[in-house]
Design a protein around this ligand. Structure first.
Ligand SMILES: NC(=O)c1ccc[n+]([C@@H]2O[C@H](COP(=O)([O-])OP(=O)(O)OC[C@H]3O[C@@H](n4cnc5c(N)ncnc54)[C@H](O)[C@@H]3O)[C@@H](O)[C@H]2O)c1
Length: 431
């Protein structure tokens, strides 16, 4: 049977390298469509967890993993030799920035080297990790071609960006259109056929570079617009205009405007990192992506502004940051998830500590965190713990928090999300 037929009949075996925030939900969706999926990860704790039917990603219910495992459709391993049995191999490994703020594609290279060891005729490889345009064609393809097989005939290769939005209850893998770009037309067709087995709409594009650039455009669009509204927030603060009121009023325009909201700064594994993959690549073309650099500069400055705002608020209560008890609400980078990677709360806490504050935090999704060698554990949120604080700072507005109690019990609140807008009192200030 050809790969095209094995996809339609769901006999194709699917291997997913990297069982993190992207790989695990993908595995569950692919198994849900009836394919046999093998997750491959170097992290043995994740491998054991999957094989025991336990999810470690908040968006994925353990019952989904458990039933896929029990149905014989999902298993995990740390052994790459299983790759030889796979028909389709998806790469979902991390793409961080190096210390010098340059793309670190070593995880993609490591995964590709493993695939190359076992590559056989008829296999398809799809990269899902976010990266700069050219990675699939310039980095992965040459490694796989060392096998002597020809792309588009002997094996197939493409790029399809993951668009998962953690915590989003309305959009998941099945109803978020999937952009697909293959190295050749045959690669695009096969990859599109595969994704259309479990995604409602597939959007084929003419090349892997176009698909890679599409993902970056989406994230840069968010990064730049967040920077823009944050800049206007700084100006509105000086001009004594309420930025939240302005964004809400502008949102009444039914066309040509899309609201972005100010906040404590950028966070997460994507928006603060991905744009710099493009600015790095652009330099090879003697091109400077100035919007990206400018947006990065603006967004990076916002946690410093929040700390200034906390200092001003304490000052109006005749207190200094030094020696004050500051309670941070919400450590994760966005509401209702537990992901603290690149979270602005971490920066705010470390800046406050450096200025001599006693900082604690509450986050129903993040029990413990280490910031610059100090371990913090989430404190219980009670009228006593709130009133014992000189200042409560709403950094991330998780749904499951009693904001009315905070308004009633806190001596001072600095709100970076406008979550306290319905509660009155001079003790509540917002950015
Ligand atoms: N998290 C998101 O919301 C999101 C959304 C869209 C795109 N992305 C992109 O998807 C990619 C993966 O992100 P993530 O959030 O899932 O990362 P993650 O850190 O949650 O998961 C990556 C997994 O890969 C494993 N891994 C690392 N090297 C490996 C190797 N050589 N072989 C096998 N496994 C290996 C790690 O142990 C980890 O379990 C990144 O490029 C990211 O930018 C992430």
């Amino acid at each position: 049977m050809s790969l095209a037929e094995r996809i339609i009949s769901r006999d194709a075996r699917v291997g997913i390298i990297g069982m993190g925030y992207v790989g695990l939900p993908l595995a569950v969706a692919v198994a849900g469509a009836g394919f046999r999926v093998t997750g491959i990860d170097v992290d043995k704790a994740k491998v054991s967890s999957i094989n025991e039917g336990r999810s470690y990603i908040p968006d994925i219910d353990s019952t989904l993993v458990d039933s896929a495992v029990k149905d014989g459709l999902f298993e995990a391993t740390a052994e790459f030799s299983v790759l030889k049995e796979m028909d389709i191999i998806s790469i979902c490994v991390p793409t961080p920035l190096s210390e010098m703020h340059e793309p670190d594609i070593s995880y993609i290279r490591a995964a590709t080297n493993e695939i190359a060891k076992y590559l056989r005729p008829g296999q398809m490889v799809i990269l899902e990790s976010t990266t700069y345009p050219g990675t699939t064609d310039e980095v992965i393809l040459p490694i796989l071609e060392e096998s002597g097989l020809t792309v588009g005939e002997g094996f197939y290769l493409g790029f399809s960006p993951e668009r998962v939005d953690p915590g989003n209850k309305n959009f998941g893998i099945g109803n978020t259109p999937k952009v697909v770009g293959g190295v050749t037309g045959a690669c695009t067709d096969l990859a599109s056929s595969f994704y259309s087995q479990f995604v409602r709409m597939v959007v084929p594009v003419s090349s892997t570079k176009a698909a890679e650039m599409t993902k970056l455009l989406e994230n840069i669009f968010r990064c730049v617009n967040i920077a823009l509204v944050n800049e206007l927030m700084l100006l509105c603060d000086r001009m004594d205009i309420d930025i939240w009121e302005v964004v809400e009023a502008a949102s009444s325009k039914p066309f040509g405007f899309m609201p972005f909201f100010p906040g404590p700064g950028l966070g997460g594994h994507c928006i603060p990192i991905d744009p710099f993959y493009l600015s790095w690549k652009a330099r090879q073309y003697d091109f400077h992506t100035e919007f990206i650099e400018l947006a990065g500069k603006m967004n990076e400055s916002i946690p410093y502004y929040v700390v200034t705002k906390i200092g001003d608020a304490l000052n109006s209560h005749e207190k200094s940051i030094k020696g004050s008890n500051v309670l941070i609400l919400g450590l994760a980078y966005k509401k209702d998830i537990g992901d603290t990677r690149e979270s602005p709360a971490i920066k705010i806490i470390s800046l406050l500590e450096k200025k001599g504050a006693n900082v604690s935090y509450h986050d129903p999704f993040a029990e413990r965190v280490i910031i610059e060698t100090k371990t913090y554990a989430s404190v219980e949120l009670t009228p006593d713990s709130v009133s014992a604080s000189d200042c409560v700072v709403v950094v991330t507005d998780h749904t499951d928090v009693d904001y009315e109690m905070i308004a009633d019990s806190a001596r001072l609140v600095v709100d970076t999300r406008n979550r306290m807008k319905h509660f009155a009192g001079n003790h509540i200030v917002h950015i």
